[in-house]
Design a protein around this ligand. Structure first.
Ligand SMILES: [Zn+2]
Length: 207
């Protein structure tokens, strides 16, 4: 995957940029100018803050394409719901993707907190853990508890599902759009190991 945001193309020819699927600086400027009048991002992405999951690079998108909300553990609080409302209402964005990822540190921290509760965690950090906790603590009561790798894999997906569900029912505005088939919320997981994104939750049935 190419990083089209890099300025490496300043040092090579336009032909070379095109050959490598990288935008030239003049293309970036043109797109930037086009967007001054407004934006219409086709998707809103709620992703994790993890530095290894930069959303535009993961999806190979550019200026103006994605409305991105990132927070550790891709958790949903009022500000995340408000951000999705903002994109849906003002920009007509019709697709919302909750993008979690394998080996998520926020989910792992929540599992560790459930395993060995400590009081030392800052209240701000605890607010993230507390939002992940309800979706993963039932997993601790299954045989997965004996298998930390499998437990984390299941917990990541449970947390993605919980965030997607929370967005679906967390606001009258979003609920209304979903009922009218004007908004779709789906869950997906990015693999740190392979770079692949698997959409596994909330996809409409094929027909
Ligand atoms: Zn993460």
């Amino acid at each position: 995957m190419h990083n089209r945001h890099s300025n490496a193309c300043a040092k090579v020819t336009d032909a070379s940029c095109q050959e490598h699927g990288v935008w030239t600086l003049s293309q970036i400027k043109t797109r930037r100018d086009e967007l001054i009048g407004g934006q219409a991002p086709f998707a809103a992405i709620l992703g994790c803050s993890d530095s290894r999951v930069p959303v535009e690079i993961v999806f190979d998108q550019h200026l103006g394409d994605l409305f991105v909300i990132r927070v550790a553990g891709n958790v949903v609080a009022s500000s995340q719901i408000g951000s999705v409302e903002f994109a849906a209402e003002l920009f007509g964005t019709r697709l919302v993707v909750v993008l979690g990822h394998s080996m998520c540190g926020a989910v792992l921290a929540t599992l560790e907190q459930l395993e060995r509760p400590t009081e030392s965690r800052s209240p701000n950090l605890r607010s993230i853990v507390d939002r992940i906790r309800p979706s993963v603590e039932t997993l601790m009561e299954t045989e997965l508890r004996q298998n930390p790798d499998a437990l984390l894999r299941h917990a990541v997906r449970a947390n993605i599902r919980a965030s997607a569900n929370h967005l679906r029912v967390g606001s009258q505005l979003l609920e209304h759009l979903i009922r009218k088939d004007e908004l779709l919320v789906v869950g997906a997981e990015y693999s740190l190991e392979t770079g692949a994104v698997e959409f596994f939750e909330g996809l409409p049935a094929r027909g």
